[in-house]
Design a protein around this ligand. Sequence first.
Ligand code: LMR
Length: 410
Amino acid sequence: IFNSVEQLPADALFGIKQRLSQDPRPVKVDLGIGAYRDDSGKPWVLPSVREAEEVIRQDPSYNHEYLGISGLTALIQGAAKVLFGEDSEALAEGRVVSTQSLSGTGALHVAARFFSKFCGDRVVYLSDPTWANHNAIFETMGLKTATYPYWDAASKSLNLTGYLEAIKSAPKGSVFVLHACAHNPTGLDPDRSQWTSILDAIIEREHIVLFDSAYQGFASGDLDRDAFAVRLGLKKLADVSPVVVCQSFAKNVGMYGERAGCFHLVLPRQDASVDVGSIKSAVLSQLNKITRSELSNPPAYGAKIVATVLNTPRLTEQWHKDMVTMSSRIIKMRHELRDHLVKLNTPGNWDHIVNQTGMFSYTGLHPEMVKRLEKEHAVYLVSSGRASIAGLNSGNVEYVAKAINEVVNY
Ligand code: LMR
C-alpha cells in the first residue's frame, strides 16, 4: 500500500547540513542552519551551561524520572520571567498559562493545534519571507496561511506600508505571527516606533498576535532589550485580546538538540465577574491533552539545564555574558565580511550585512549565485541568500568574501 508514496525534496535547511557533511573538499564553510559556532568553527557549549550541568550532576536527587505533562515548573516560571520581565503585569496579575514544549517548533505546533481546535477558521498570517518551517507547522494542522509584506528587496528595508496595509485588509480576528526579534531570515527588525504602529493596527482589526521568540539576546546581546516587542505587545493587548508566545532556548542557551522551550498563552484582563482561574485551568487541561497524546511529557535534561541557568543568579549573570560573547562575535564577523567585500570592490552595496541583526544576513545573493558558491567554493547557504553569520570566523571570512566576489562577478 505504500508503493506509491510520493518522494519529497530534502528539507531546505537540514538538506544543506547533509550535503555539506558528504562534501569531500577539505575547505568547506557552513553558513546554512542557524547554529552558533565559535571562532574556530566549532559548536560552543556556553560556560553557563557547563556550570549548570555540573550543578545538576552534583545534586543528590539527580535522576531521569518523568516530568509532569506540562513540564518543569522551574523552567516555565524562569522562562516567562526572562521574556515578559521581572515586573511583568501579566505575570503579577496571574494571566499567563504556560507549558513546556519541544523547543520553538514544539511551541508553534502546540499553538497550531490549539488554534485548529478553538479557532480553526482564522487565517494565519506569516511574514514574507519567514522561517521555512512556519508554513509547514500551521498547514500540517489544517490552518490556512497567508503572507504579509515584510522585506523590500530593492531598499533592503522593512516594507512598513505594505505590512500595515495587510494588517488592515486581513479578515478581522486573523492570527499574525510576529518574530519577536532578530527576524529569520532577513535579520531586519521593526524599530520601536514601527512596532507601535504594527501593534496599533493589529488592535484596530482585533487580530490575534503570536510572537515567535527564538533569538532573544541575539539581536542586541541584551535579553531585556530584545524582549521589547513582546513586552510592548503584552502591554498594549492587556485589555484587548490573548497573546500567544512561543519561546525557544535552542539558540540563546545553545540547547539546539535538547529541545527546550515553552508555549505561553497570556490572557487579557477580564471583568471581575469572570472566573479567570477556571479559564486558565481549562486552557491548561487542553494543552496537557495535546502534550500527553504527542510526547506524553516533555524532555527533562535540557529543561533542567535551562532552569538552572535561569534560576541561579550567578549562572544567569554568566549567561548574560555568554549572550554578549555570541552576539558580539557575530557583529564582528558582519563587519569583517562587509569590509572584505568592499576591499575587493565587489559590485553592489554591502552595508546591509552590518545593519542587519541576529544570526542571519539576507545577503541579496541570487539562487544561481548561491548554487555557484556551493559548487565552486564549498560555501553553503540557503538558496534565498540567507547566510548564517555565526558560521563565519577569522579563519574563513576572507575566503567567503573572495568566493562571494567571484560569484557576483561571474
Ligand atoms: C534555522 O532557521 O536555521 C534554524 O531555526 C534551524 C531550524 O530548525 O530550521
